[in-house]
Design a protein around this ligand. Structure first.
Ligand SMILES: [Ca+2]
Length: 164
């Protein structure tokens, strides 16, 4: 019985937090800091399978108190609103992330959709590179957008996690 309770505590501590997600070309094309909604609500246009919510539990540097959170050992995904990349020739997805020690650094990957979120066949940031190797600190993460997403008018990104 005692052991089971310890496992539960470890899972509650498994937290992934993201703030200031943006797409950058030579300038910032799009950005979200999650500060214009009240936790646990997501901003308009973001779609999750209930695995993600916003939280004020750990403030991010220079991004206000509210941030995106995934907690626990469950699978989950979160899709961004549609983005218009028709005017760009190259771009990167840039974000800051923090994880607790029990949330595996390879649990998250970021996928891209060229059809408005119906399918996500493109890897933007692969598992093992989408979260900081070091836990308990916010760190910048990024991925170059694959050529197949450049110049399209209806692109979405999916944060897909196996949980911690
Ligand atoms: Ca924020």
């Amino acid at each position: 019985m005692k052991k089971k309770r310890l496992e539960t505590v470890a899972r509650v501590l498994a937290v992934l937090l993201l703030f200031e997600i943006g797409v950058h070309a030579q300038s910032v094309l799009w950005q979200e800091n999650f500060d214009n909604v009240t936790a646990p609500a997501l901003p308009i246009g973001w779609i999750t399978d209930a695995g993600f919510e916003t939280s004020t539990s750990v403030e991010g540097p220079d991004s206000g108190l509210n941030n995106l959170m995934h907690k626990g050992a469950t699978f989950g995904h979160l899709d961004t609103p549609p983005l218009n990349l028709s005017q760009v020739t190259s771009a990167s997805l840039v974000y800051n992330a923090r994880r607790t020690g029990s949330y595996n650094y390879s649990a998250l990957r970021i996928l891209g959709s060229a059809d408005g979120g119906i399918t996500f066949p493109y890897i933007v940031v692969d598992a093992g590179e989408a979260l900081p190797g070091e836990d308990s600190e916010y760190m910048p993460c990024s991925g170059q957008l694959p050529d197949d997403l450049i110049g399209l008018a209806d692109v979405r990104f999916r944060f897909e996690t196996q949980g911690g």
